[in-house]
Design a protein around this ligand. Structure first.
Ligand code: FE
Ligand code: ZN
Length: 517
């Protein structure tokens, strides 16, 4: 019997290709170089964009459908959490300081990632990666929004979260993550893809998100946990894109190898420097620990990253040189970072404290070769002094590294008792660095890094006081003026956790929530 054969439905692959490359066209009255002005200046040679293999085939209509479904679930959970006073079910109020660090330090980076991928999506001449970057750009603005929405509930009850966007552009320790992204977004499109798409999303993201998101789960923070899980399937796409870009560049031309290798070296180092904040959060700030920073580094970098670099070896890529020093640093990083924040606890928008006895024992166990020898005695000393009413606050300002912008807190790779200083002369000025690696990054692009907005330099130049401040007036208090410029409230947002308003409120509210009086 004859029948009309219905028209075959397009396969997902065909549909995808019609909706991406099928919509692309060759310009006829403008040159390609004019349409894509940033495509060549970095030296990357691409001969055939059609060789780009799309790592995932998601059309825009499917994308919106998936994302909308995730949004519905996310907001249902956030609402329930807010309505049930979920904030009172976190382990203890110290935990909320990790939320402050995340909101002020990380969420604005999501927004910058959104801008960065939108820019790169416009500038890459291939239609496949352009569509992938467009989706990632939309993912990233969603991450910024869901994080701000999830964490806004804490702002109703706790200090230090009230002006995160303002703080991100000014506060000394926030210039570390900010400058990382500023560096990436002011690079060319290919370097941006290596910096963020590959080094950050592919190599280091597990070291950022797993600790924060599992940390949230372990410590009863359902709202942070939920945005973390909601972002996870996006992250999987981002990682795939990052790896694909690296492979594509390496397959297109052998001349790309040294350029890509230099970017990998640079961004592995820049990324791990930013992760200093995460190391400290894992070992000191989570009341209930998931794993130590050292263990996280071993699992997520040494094991997983090791396998990745073995895979990339066939293209000629080698493990970044800095890894040797990072491996030595893993014993010390979190302890040195937390000690610095403890020192500068008067100028931070979150609280600091000394670990209690149990926590110190946990640290001794996790760091048998370094904690008791170098760090415990100092913490015990500070703890005992604080008990006597002499809580130590450092009132001087530290020298900052010109590249990573972290105070000079790191020690020589082979001597944990000696601060590591490097310097270099450029034109008529001297520049300072925390390490050989930051120094090498500077020396390759000095004209870029001499423009760094270093918070300490800016304070000393008088650029970080509220408008109209007269620093020559009698009794002028520079710290108070700087905190006013940061929009930090002295005595509420800063200082020790012990005795803080957050601590008192949390205890009182939890008391009401869990008893009949
Ligand atoms: Fe993101
Ligand atoms: Zn540095």
């Amino acid at each position: 019997m004859d029948m009309n054969v219905p028209k075959k439905k397009l396969s997902l692959k065909e549909k995808y290709s019609h909706m991406t490359r099928g919509l692309d066209w060759e310009p006829s009255y403008q040159s390609k170089d004019d349409v894509y002005p940033y495509a060549k200046y970095e030296g990357i040679k691409i001969h055939d964009w059609d060789k780009w293999e799309d790592p995932f085939r998601l059309t825009m209509d499917a994308y919106w459908k998936y994302q909308a479904e995730k949004e519905r679930k996310l907001y249902a959970i956030i609402d329930a959490y807010a309505q049930n006073n979920g904030h009172l079910s976190v382990t203890d109020a110290r935990y909320i300081n990790t939320v402050k660090l995340f909101l002020t330090g990380v969420s604005p980076l999501e927004y910058m990632a959104h801008r960065g991928f939108a820019h790169v999506g416009r500038q890459l001449p291939g239609a496949g990666p352009r569509v992938a970057c467009l989706m990632q750009s939309i993912d990233e603005i969603r991450h910024a929004q869901t994080q701000v929405h999830s964490l806004s509930n804490y702002n109703k009850y706790y200090n230090g979260l009230h002006d995160f966007r303002h703080m991100h552009d000014r506060v000394w320790y926030l210039s570390v993550p900010k400058s990382f992204f500023d560096d990436a977004i002011t690079a060319g499109p290919f370097e941006f893809m290596v910096a963020i798409g590959f080094s950050f999303e592919y190599v280091l993201t597990n070291l950022l998100f797993v600790p924060f998101v599992s940390g949230a789960a372990y410590n009863g923070d359902m709202s942070a946990m939920t945005f973390g899980f909601s972002a996870q399937s996006d992250e999987a796409r981002h990682m795939t894109l990052g790896l694909e870009v690296i492979k594509f560049m390496l397959e297109q031309d052998p001349d790309n190898l040294p350029i890509v290798q230099r970017w990998i070296d640079k961004w592995a180092w820049r990324g791990t420097r930013v992760l200093t904040l995460v190391a400290m959060m894992m070992d000191y700030m989570l009341p209930k620990r998931i794993m130590s920073w050292k263990e996280a580094w071993e699992v997520y970098f040494e094991e997983n990253g090791g396998a990745l670099f073995k895979d990339l070896a066939r293209y000629g890529i080698t493990m970044p040189k800095c890894i040797e020093d990072i491996t030595k640093e893993k014993e010390h990083l979190s302890h040195q970072a937390w000690a610095t924040f403890y020192n500068y606890g008067a100028a931070a928008a979150f609280h600091t404290w000394t670990p209690d006895e149990d926590e110190m024992n946990w640290l001794s166990e996790k760091y048998p070769d370094s904690f008791d020898k170098y760090y415990r005695p100092r913490l015990e000393y500070w703890r005992d002094e604080a008990a006597k009413g002499n809580r130590f606050y450092n009132k001087t300002l530290p020298m900052l590294c010109q590249v990573c912008q972290i105070p000079m807190l790191f020690t020589e790779p082979d001597d944990p008792t000696k601060i590591c200083y490097r310097e270099t002369q450029y034109k008529d000025d001297k520049y300072h660095f925390c390490s050989d690696h930051c120094k090498a990054i500077f020396e390759h692009e000095p004209e870029k890094y001499i423009q760094s907005w270093l918070p300490v330099h800016q304070i000393y130049q008088g650029n970080c006081f509220p408008e109209g401040t007269d620093p020559t007036a009698e009794g002028f208090d520079p710290l108070a003026a700087v905190l006013a410029y940061y929009h930090m409230n002295f005595g509420r947002d800063n200082l020790d956790f012990e005795g803080s308003e957050d601590q008192k409120n949390f205890d009182a509210w939890r008391g009401v929530a869990t008893s009949n009086d």
